[in-house]
Design a protein around this ligand. Structure first.
Ligand SMILES: Nc1nc2c(ncn2[C@@H]2O[C@H](COP(=O)(O)OP(=O)(O)OP(=O)(O)O)[C@@H](O)[C@H]2O)c(=O)[nH]1
Length: 613
């Protein structure tokens, strides 16, 4: 079975690795949060720093009036066998501090580096490791002291900000709470107990610590609390006597202070019977043992959590794509795969798996009929224009039976108008296809990481669509011209067979120079041409969509990237790799995930090695 040292050392190691990766909790479930830790909480001046220092056996925390601890301090204690005693900060890993006064200065300088020389707080922790023969393996988090009022230079929200920061640590189910209360204060008003009760009502992860026992009024003692009768917790209360301010001023050595504390309890008439379970050394051991127990219990769930995260990270790596292969063949293969992925999405848009293809039908169903309806045939076939065209066509010899030439000119003139809506349909469908290309590129998950290739595909697809548009345009114009080139004979034969109607009596009276018969016959020509044009319009309404789909939609589905494939097949390797240039942000993200993956994998290996030895 693993030793206590190795277990706690293991957790320390993983915590340090987490911090290097910027994983220090507060961002959802992280490895850091899965690991047990001890947080020191209490009101300002309750003696938090003193407790921490006496556990460490060293003077190293910044002191001063007002709010001193403004960033969480993650303090990892490592017991050394060699007798060496030094400290190291994670933010300055190359520097070994042997002078603890310099440690104190570095903590306050590093605090200022993030918060400025203000009285603001930050939840980015400072990581400090202390190596010493006089400590037990333990990780402690020192948090800003809870306070009731903001002082000069602090925002009004500071009281709440500190409370929220403290809560964000102690509410984690894996956090062991070291709740510091001064004995010369009523336990009922203790800030530490208040927040501990809120997040740990059953008291199973709270350790009650009573400081300043030596400062209690004469004739009073804290046995009620220390024996667990005043406020019940699952773990026994520990009483502490730290150095007084006078001791600190006189530079009383910590080791001496520990001895004095031991003597205090051993000789105390009130606490003598509790002496073996009092004092900072006992507290350190108690915490260390508890931490070991908790780690042991948590190992299965930590391993489960690590495995789950490894799976998630692998899945994300799959999603954002593995690194690009180096050889040309593999790159060409990859580019073709990516193009095919895009092509699939594009086809889904056209075939109805994704939205957008219906807009093409919209062109045929609304836009084209509406445009046909709007053509100015009324004007072209007005009495006046019919007369003009027919007269001009007749020349010097007016027509005898039917104005064949006049009819032809009127019909040719009308049919020309159809070119507008025909070309407009080609253009409208072209723009729908172009938009679908844009959308499909954006929606092709696999392409996301390759902005250059996205561009190349867009250019190639748009070039192809441009060609299809040209083809479509030629074809619809040809359809319109075909209508001019040969008229439907049957239509005119049927007209001829119809009996000629007499002009109605109450028809518009003819103008002074207008002969009634001529007027009637021109009207008839106009309405015949109009009826024929309506027939043509119906035909084109059906055939233009066929031409557009044939030339543009069907081709887009069949050969949008055919030319592109031929081009890239001939490309040099250098140009292929350039096409697979990735978004730098994404490459960064992949590196990050890979690093995390490595951390989690090595954490799993280490836990396996330590826990089941
Ligand atoms: N006599 C005596 N004085 C103590 C004891 N514990 C702390 N003090 C004194 O109380 C004052 C505050 O102690 P700190 O350890 O700085 O308290 P803190 O909770 O860290 O304070 P802040 O960082 O300001 O929140 C110091 O002057 C200590 O010397 C104790 O057990 N006995």
């Amino acid at each position: 079975m693993a030793t206590m040292e190795s277990l706690i050392g293991l957790v320390n190691k993983i915590q340090r690795a987490c911090t290097v990766l910027g994983d220090h909790g507060g961002q959802g479930m992280s490895l850091w949060e899965a690991l047990p830790s001890v947080a020191v909480v209490g009101g300002q001046s309750s003696g938090k720093s003193s407790v921490l220092e006496s556990i460490v056996g060293r003077d190293f925390l910044p002191r001063g009036s007002g709010i001193v601890t403004r960033r969480p301090l993650v303090l990892q204690l490592h017991k050394t066998e060699s007798g060496a005693e030094y400290a190291e900060f994670l933010h300055a890993p190359k520097r070994r501090f042997t002078d603890f006064a310099a440690v104190r200065k570095e903590i306050s300088d590093e605090t200022d580096r993030i918060t400025g020389k203000t009285k603001q707080i930050s939840n980015i922790p400072i990581h400090l490791s202390i190596y010493s023969p006089n400590v037990v393996n333990l990780t402690l988090i020192d948090l800003p002291g809870l306070t009731k009022v903001a002082v000069e230079g602090q925002s009004d929200s500071i009281v709440e900000d500190i409370e929220n920061m403290v809560r964000s640590y102690v509410e984690k189910p894996n956090c062991i709470i070291l709740a510091i209360t001064p004995a010369n204060q009523d336990i009922a008003t203790s800030d530490a107990i208040k927040i501990a009760r809120e997040v740990d009502p059953s008291g199973e992860r709270t350790f009650g610590v009573l400081t300043k026992l030596d400062l209690m009024d004469k004739g009073t003692n804290a046995t009620e609390v220390l024996e667990g009768r005043a406020y019940r917790l699952q773990h026994p209360w520990v009483g502490i006597v730290n150095r007084s301010q006078a001791d600190i001023n006189k530079n009383v050595d910590m080791i001496v202070a520990r001895r004095k504390e031991r003597e205090y309890f051993e000789t105390s008439p009130d606490y003598g019977h509790l002496a073996s379970r009092m004092g900072s050394e006992y507290l350190a051991k108690l915490l260390s043992q508890h931490l070991e127990l908790v780690i042991r219990q948590r190992i299965p769930s930590i391993i489960a959590m690590i495995n789950k995260t490894i799976d998630e990270l692998n899945a994300e790596l799959d999603r954002i794509g593995r690194p690009v292969a180096a050889d040309g063949g593999a790159q060409l293969y990859m580019i073709l795969e990516l193009c095919r992925a895009f092509d699939r999405v594009f086809k889904e848009h056209l075939d109805g798996g994704r939205p957008g293809g219906d807009r093409i039908y919209g062109v045929f169903d609304h836009q084209l009929p509406a445009a046909l309806k709007k053509l100015p045939f009324d004007r072209h076939l007005s009495l006046k224009n019919v007369q003009k065209v027919v007269t001009e066509a007749d020349g010097y010899q007016p027509h005898l039976i039917a104005p064949e030439q006049g009819y032809r000119r009127l019909i040719d003139g009308s049919i020309t108008y159809f070119k507008g809506p025909a070309e407009a349909s080609v253009d409208a469908v072209h723009f729908v296809l172009k938009e679908l290309v844009r959308k499909s590129i954006a929606e092709t998950e696999e392409l996301k990481r390759f902005p250059t290739l996205q561009n190349d595909i867009a250019t190639a697809a748009n070039e192809a669509l441009e060609r299809f548009r040209e083809e479509g345009r030629k074809t619809v114009i040809r359809l319109v011209e075909m209508e001019s080139s040969y008229l439907t004979v049957d239509f005119f034969r049927k007209l001829h067979a119809e009996p000629e109607r007499k002009p109605e009596k109450n028809a518009t009276p003819p103008g002074p120079n207008n002969d009634l018969y001529q007027d009637h016959s021109l009207r008839r020509i106009g309405s015949n041409v109009s009826a024929y044009i309506a027939l043509v319009s119906d035909t084109l309404k059906n055939t233009i969509p066929k031409a557009v789909v044939y030339c543009q939609v069907r081709e887009a589905k069949r050969s949008l990237l055919t030319n592109f494939y031929a081009q890239i097949g001939r490309r040099e390797k250098e140009r292929l790799s350039a096409m697979l240039d990735e978004d730098p942000q994404l490459m960064e993200r992949r590196t990050q995930i890979a690093k995390r993956l490595e951390l989690y994998k090595s954490a799993r290996d280490e836990i396996d090695a330590v826990a089941w030895k």
